[in-house]
Design a protein around this ligand. Structure first.
Ligand SMILES: [Zn+2]
Length: 311
């Protein structure tokens, strides 16, 4: 049967228009420096292609500039990172090698979460004697119940600027995210009532924003100085720290060596609690809200066990 081209033209046109308008979101490429920003970006733009440079099993301060990461940042429409010098050891090199103008410093395609947060402990002066201290303040802000909404709103706005045709959808998803976050935050607030006044031993400042928010003390640190590995002399000194007695548990992140924590546990009888420092692929901890809920639960369990033990 012969096809009448005059009749089929509108159909062909419709198909062509459909093809032209489809790729806008599907072809949006995101380079996330850490998994927390990958999950947040996916919540706002579920169809984006997201490459994550690090996992919860890695220390985000130090990673290798692998060729696959250079390729991923080379095709990125946006790079979503922590900033505040957290990635100072590897991101500038990746950006330079990839040569992608869209994500160079100062361009809208480079988003730093820390630029939209109030960081704890900024320093006017930083030198090597202080350890790996960031002048801008503690960059590990992704577990802060109060700062995440501001960061997520800013990210939604930036994504909307880069893809104006989807800005209404992105903003609607931000509102959904925000409602969910607020309801979780209510639960964490409840938990904080039992946790407040307790303390844990930490290793580095990765959990500090959340611990401070919950009212959980964290003055005893296995690191002698930020970013320096726990030394034998520092660990021995900790045994004489009066604050150690009060700690309910020794809290470390999944990517950290267990040895220093176990050394202290053997001498104090305190439990070692190993928790992911960021989101994982496990459905129980694959969003920041789920992760924080899990951390809060584990802290409650530790505190309860210590209380049962007659403290
Ligand atoms: Zn750090």
């Amino acid at each position: 049967m012969a096809i009448d081209m005059r009749q089929s033209r509108p159909l062909i046109l419709c198909v062509l228009i459909g093809l032209v308008s489809l790729p806008a979101r599907a072809d949006f490429h995101v380079f996330a420096c850490e998994p927390e920003w990958a999950t947040l970006t996916r919540a706002l733009m579920p169809d984006a292609h997201v490459t994550t440079a690090t996992s919860y099993l890695q220390d985000p301060h130090y990673i290798e500039a692998r060729p696959s990461l250079i390729a991923a940042i080379g095709r990125a429409d946006i790079a979503v990172c922590t900033g505040a010098s957290l990635e100072a050891g590897w991101l500038p090199m990746l950006l330079q090698r990839a040569g992608n103008r869209k994500v160079q410093p100062g361009r809208p395609g480079l988003f730093f979460a820390a630029d939209h947060a109030q960081l704890h402990a900024p320093h006017d002066h930083v030198d090597r004697s202080m350890g790996d201290v960031h002048p801008e303040g503690n960059p590990h802000v992704h577990l802060s119940p109060d700062q995440l909404p501001k960061i997520t709103e800013a990210l939604a706005q930036r994504l909307g600027e880069l893809r104006p045709e989807h800005s209404a959808d992105i903003f609607a998803r931000y509102i959904t995210w925000r409602v969910n976050w607020n309801s979780h935050r209510e639960q964490w607030r409840e938990s904080a009532k039992t946790l407040e006044g307790h303390s844990v031993v930490v290793q580095h400042t990765g959990f500090i924003y959340l611990l401070n928010w919950l009212g959980v003390g964290s003055t005893v640190d296995l690191e002698p100085k930020p970013g320096l590995p726990p030394s034998a002399s520092h660990l021995s000194q900790l045994l004489t720290d009066p604050a150690l007695d009060k700690a309910s548990a020794i809290l470390i992140a999944s990517h950290q060596s267990r040895k220093p924590a176990q050394w202290l546990a053997e001498r104090t009888g305190k439990p070692v609690v190993v928790l992911p420092g960021t989101v994982t692929d496990d459905p129980e901890t694959d969003t920041l809200a789920e992760l924080i809920s899990m951390i809060v639960n584990r802290l409650e369990t530790s505190v309860a066990e210590v209380s049962d033990g007659g403290f």
